[in-house]
Design a binder for this molecule. Structure first.
Ligand SMILES: *[C@@H]1O[C@H](CO)[C@@H](O)[C@H](O)[C@H]1NC(C)=O
Ligand SMILES: *[C@@H]1O[C@H](CO)[C@@H](O)[C@H](O)[C@H]1NC(C)=O
Ligand SMILES: *[C@@H]1O[C@H](CO)[C@@H](O)[C@H](O)[C@H]1NC(C)=O
Ligand SMILES: *[C@@H]1O[C@H](CO)[C@@H](O)[C@H](O)[C@H]1NC(C)=O
Length: 249
């Protein structure tokens, strides 16, 4: 009987540790790409790591030459500069240093992301001649033979220009805001079934850890009670037998 209880307690402890391990990998354990990369944890995951636990789709990051990157089919790879989990803000840099090319092409509609900032519609114009001030051409999208601008969509399209696209973006081109360090801030939605009703990965991790710890303590207390009651019963039976032997002798 005692052996069985010890075996039972071992099984429970083994189960608990494996549950903790999965929980840990999924929610807690932060990983990094390189020494200065952002901490990566739920809902983000480095692709090809921890294949045993699922990360919601769209949050897979890639680790390349110590750089953390994220892939968008509509644009390509962007570098992840930082991730702020409590405000759900991911700060991205364009490796090609052309934030307006990202704005022009990035389509977030099938991803969990949207821009962190308020958006306004702008029309990208592709012109064969330069436009007079206050229009400012976007150098990284322009060449000697054509000139690209972001303009208010209400403006009539000048004769030398073709409208490329009207998109909702955080800001029009300005040399002061053209720095690729600015503007590429996205936020994400958590409406996945994995979310378990919380909007915050850290909170989810605490809840599940507390559940596991609480359950472990409950099982431990129950096992101890069972052990003690069995000991008492065995002792009582032994006493009974001794009494019987005494009576017979
Ligand atoms: C990545 O970082 C490690 C440790 O700092 C360093 O040894 C390695 O050379 C780096 N690799 C690249 C491609 O920069
Ligand atoms: C973005 O992608 C969705 C789905 O593929 C498509 O319906 C939509 O028209 C695209 N938006 C733009 C601005 O290209
Ligand atoms: C941009 O224009 C589209 C189509 O006219 C409209 O549905 C959308 O609400 C506009 N977005 C913003 C941020 O004004
Ligand atoms: C602008 O037009 C030129 C020539 O018509 C073309 O080669 C270029 O790719 C266009 N630029 C963009 C950003 O679409």
């Amino acid at each position: 009987m005692g052996g069985f209880i010890i075996l039972f307690v071992f099984c429970v402890l083994f189960l608990q540790s494996s549950v903790l391990e999965v929980t840990h990998a999924r929610f807690v354990q932060p990983t990094k790409c390189g020494d200065s990369g952002p901490d990566i944890h739920y809902p983000y995951q480095i692709k090809d790591q921890h294949q045993h636990c699922e990360s919601p789709s769209g949050f897979e990051l890639l680790c390349r030459d110590n750089l953390t990157t994220i892939h968008f089919p509509s644009y390509g790879d962007l570098e992840v500069k930082s991730i702020t989990y409590d405000t759900r803000n991911i700060h991205l840099l364009d490796p090609k240093k052309c934030v307006h090319r990202v704005f022009l092409n990035l389509n977030l509609s099938l991803t969990p992301f949207h821009y962190f900032y308020a958006l306004k519609n702008y029309t990208y114009l592709n012109c064969s001649t330069t436009l007079p001030p206050p229009f400012l051409e976007i150098p990284c999208l322009s060449a000697a033979s054509y000139h690209v601008y972001t303009v208010d969509p209400a403006l009539p399209v000048p004769g030398s220009c073709a409208g490329l696209k009207t998109v909702a973006i955080p800001f029009a081109y300005s040399p002061y805001l053209s720095d690729s360090k600015l503007g590429l801030r996205l936020t994400w939605d958590m409406r996945e079934p994995q979310d378990r009703g919380t909007t915050n990965g850290a909170r989810g991790s605490h809840t599940s850890r507390n559940t596991v710890i609480g359950f472990s303590m409950f099982v431990f207390v129950m096992a101890m009670l069972l052990l003690i009651s069995t000991k008492i019963r065995v002792a009582a039976r032994n006493n009974h037998q001794k009494e019987g032997q005494l009576l017979h002798s």
